[in-house]
Design a protein around this ligand. Structure first.
Ligand code: CU
Length: 111
């Protein structure tokens, strides 16, 4: 009956917030919230290490990774990410666990 429960959940979300469809199907573990449509987390760039392809971010809570706020080092999925940000930038980003390591998969500087 797992499938049935999932469909019911999605249907309920559909009825309330159409923008949450993606979030609901992508991450069943996270309860829907007002900001569920935007899965990005907030952070501030502390260090960009292009040689090691790593980035240090002081981040807020990462709901998708069940991680509290902290400062930590991330890998990057795409080296281009390192070109988009610099130390001190406030960013919205998405981090995922890739091969046992945390990696930034999307990032954008807040205006
Ligand atoms: Cu962290």
């Amino acid at each position: 009956m797992k499938t049935f429960a999932k469909h019911t959940f999605v249907a309920a979300l559909l009825a309330s917030t159409p923008f949450s469809i993606y979030a609901a199907t992508d991450s069943m573990a996270s309860p829907p919230t007002a900001g569920a449509a935007n899965q990005m987390s907030e952070g501030e760039i502390r260090k960009v290490d292009k040689d090691a392809k790593k980035i240090t971010i002081k981040h807020g809570e990462l709901k998708n990774l069940d991680m509290p706020a902290m400062t930590m080092v991330f890998q990057v999925k795409d080296p281009g990410i390192l070109e988009k940000v610099k130390q001190g930038d406030k960013v919205n980003f998405v981090a995922e666990k890739v091969g046992g390591q945390f990696a930034v998969t999307q990032i954008e500087v807040k205006q």
